[in-house]
Structure formats: structure tokens, C-alpha cells
Design a binder for this molecule. Structure first.
Ligand code: HEC
Ligand code: HEC
Length: 278
């Protein structure tokens, strides 16, 4: 009996290794079709989708949905039109070209309430879905705003195209709560997360942050030891906050874009960077 079990275990390990080897060969040879035109095989799609669903259920399990706040539907509807419609479309309203040709396709959210409970839709909207194109919103919408959008998703199936079209999109940036730092102590771990939520790692190598090989902006390793930030401001945490928020004002015409980083997030990022780049 024991010998049988041992043989089975070895066989499973060998099969696993062979599978990994085959996958490595396929990837290295370039045979895998990475295009967004060719969908996954149906069984791959189903496998990934199941995995995503289980992941959301597991990670969202302890979130408790609050009672809908007054005016949640109206605010949520406006936010939906501003931030979600381009990918997901709305009743009688098509998604933009971005949403039409993504792989996996974002698809309408009219039936999302059948698959997900409100606290799960909250988790998806706040955290996004890796490798799918669904963005994370927790650094761009407040907690209340995300719950408002979720309340709106609940009302979506009953909404007529005319009622949907009557919802006005807010002006860009309007209604967003100002996220000032106040006297709060900066949170380095949150700052590390915030760096990825404002795409800093797409242009900079940042110690401790996973990212692509990139040469667009200077390597931030050693930043804390440099005398000046971008050759302009003495390197202090306060100056770093300024640079992160308004690089174009400090150095007009610099290639570093102004990314709309709120004060609180910039504080957290600066605290992380000053420590991680020493
Ligand atoms: C850039 C495109 C894009 C934007 C903008 C976007 N999404 Fe998504 N969303 C996706 C993609 C892609 C998926 C994944 C689809 C899949 O895996 O089947 C997704 C999935 C979802 C799901 C799960 C859907 C389901 O049926 O299982 C929810 C809920 C969702 N998004 C909500 C939102 C909300 C709310 C917003 C606006 C705050 C938003 N999305 C903005 C692309 C987007
Ligand atoms: C589109 C690319 C791009 C993005 C996104 C970007 N940066 Fe930059 N960054 C640059 C470039 C280019 C420079 C060099 C600017 C100069 O010296 O004029 C720079 C300079 C800097 C510097 C000064 C580096 C030094 O050695 O003096 C810091 C610090 C910095 N960026 C932090 C950030 C943070 C934090 C974020 C995210 C909020 C970010 N950057 C997002 C392109 C980018």
C-alpha cells in the first residue's frame, strides 16, 4: 500500500514537471498567441474564470455591505457613466472601442448581480482583476463612491435605456473627495501599493516593486542618497511629495507627467521611497 502511494506521488510530480517543461518550451518558442484577437480555448477560459470567481469569493468573504446611503443611486449612476461605461457599456449604450475589443471582453454589467453579491462587486471594483484589464479603483474613488457604484449596479437590470441616457456624466474630477494628508502619519506599505496604482513602475525601476524593464524615467534606486530630485529640489520627504504631485510646475516641460496624485497618497509614496531607496 505504502509503495503504491509513493509511486503515485512520484508519478504526479513527474507529470507536473513535464507539464511545466512543456509550458516553458511553448512560451520560449513564441508559439503561445498573445494577441487580443485570438481568444483562449474554451476550457482555458472556463478554468481561469472559475479561478477568478473563487478568488473573489475568498478575498471578499469578510466585507460587510453597509445600508445604501441617501442619494447613492444618483451618485453611483454618474460615476458609472464617467468611469465604467467606456468598457462595460450601459442599457442601450455601447461600450467604446476600448471595451469592444479587449480580451477577455468586459461585457455588460446588467447581469453581474446574478453572479455576484454586493460585497463581491465592491471587492472587484475596489481591487480590479489581474490580467483581465479590469482596473482597481480604490486609489481613484473613495470607499463611499465605490459603494454608490455598487448600489447602482444593483439597479442596472431594471433601468430603461432612456433613464440611463438621462444620467449626466460629472465633469472630470468633479465630486471627488479631496484626500488631504493632514497630520496623519504616512503609511509606507500603503505608499508602496499607491506607487503601482499611479503607474510609477511603468517608467521607473523602484526597489521592492514588481514592474517591467523600463528606461523611460531614472532608476529610483539610490534616490534618497541623491542631493537633488530631478536636479531641482533638495532631496527631502516634503520635496518628494511636491515633485510627485506637480512635477510640471517644478520643472516645466519635464517628461514626467502630472498624474493627479492626491496629497495623502503622495505622502505615503514619499515615505516608502525615502526608506526603500537609501
Ligand atoms: C478598461 C476597461 C474597464 C473599465 C474602465 C472598467 N472595467 Fe470592469 N471589467 C473589465 C474587464 C476586462 C473585466 C473582466 C471580464 C471577465 O473576466 O470576464 C471586468 C469585470 C468587472 C466586473 C465583474 C463582471 C462579471 O460579470 O463577472 C465588475 C462587477 C466590474 N468589472 C465593475 C466595474 C465598475 C463598477 C467599473 C467602473 C468603476 C468598471 N468595471 C470599469 C474592464 C473594465
Ligand atoms: C510616463 C513616465 C513617468 C511616470 C508614469 C512617472 N514618472 Fe517619475 N519621472 C519620469 C521622468 C522622465 C523623470 C525625469 C524628470 C526630469 O529630470 O526632468 C522622472 C523623475 C522622477 C523623480 C526624480 C528622480 C531623480 O533621480 O531625480 C522621482 C522621485 C519620480 N520621478 C517619481 C515618480 C513617482 C512616485 C511616480 C508615480 C506617481 C512617477 N515618477 C511616475 C517619468 C515618469
Amino acid at each position: 500500500m505504502r509503495r503504491l502511494l509513493a509511486t503515485a506521488a512520484v508519478a504526479v510530480c513527474l507529470a507536473g514537471l513535464a507539464g511545466m517543461l512543456a509550458a516553458t518550451v511553448v512560451l520560449q518558442a513564441g508559439w503561445y498567441d498573445a494577441s487580443a484577437v485570438q481568444p483562449h480555448f474554451q476550457f482555458v477560459h472556463t478554468l481561469i474564470e472559475r479561478g477568478m470567481q473563487q478568488s473573489v469569493r475568498f478575498h471578499a468573504r469578510s466585507i460587510v455591505a453597509p445600508k445604501a446611503a441617501a442619494g447613492a443611486l444618483a451618485r453611483g449612476g454618474a460615476l458609472f457613466r464617467q468611469h465604467c461605461e467606456q468598457c462595460h457599456g450601459g442599457p442601450g449604450t455601447a461600450m467604446s472601442v476600448i471595451g469592444l475589443s479587449m480580451q477577455p471582453v468586459p461585457g455588460p454589467l446588467a447581469d453581474a448581480g446574478r453572479r455576484w453579491k454586493p460585497h463581491e462587486m465592491y471587492w472587484i471594483t475596489a481591487n480590479g482583476i489581474k490580467m483581465s484589464g479590469m482596473p482597481a479603483w480604490r486609489f481613484h474613488l473613495s470607499e463611499q463612491e465605490i459603494w454608490d457604484v455598487v448600489a447602482f449596479l444593483g439597479a442596472l437590470p431594471a433601468l430603461t435605456p432612456a433613464a440611463y441616457a438621462a444620467i449626466e456624466k460629472p465633469a472630470a474630477g468633479a465630486g471627488q473627495e479631496p484626500q488631504t494628508a493632514g497630520t496623519r502619519v504616512p503609511d509606507r506599505e500603503r505608499g508602496k501599493l499607491a506607487l503601482t496604482q499611479f503607474a510609477c513602475q511603468s517608467c521607473h525601476h523602484i526597489p521592492g516593486v514588481t514592474g517591467p524593464l523600463t528606461y523611460v524615467g531614472p532608476n529610483l534606486d539610490g534616490l534618497a542618497q541623491r542631493s537633488f530630485i530631478a536636479g531641482k529640489l533638495p532631496t527631502t520627504e516634503a520635496n518628494l511629495v511636491k515633485w510627485i504631485r506637480v512635477p510640471q510646475e517644478i520643472k516645466p516641460g519635464t517628461a514626467m507627467p502630472q498624474l493627479g496624485v492626491p496629497e495623502r497618497d503622495a505622502h505615503d509614496m514619499a515615505a516608502y521611497l525615502m526608506q526603500a531607496t537609501r
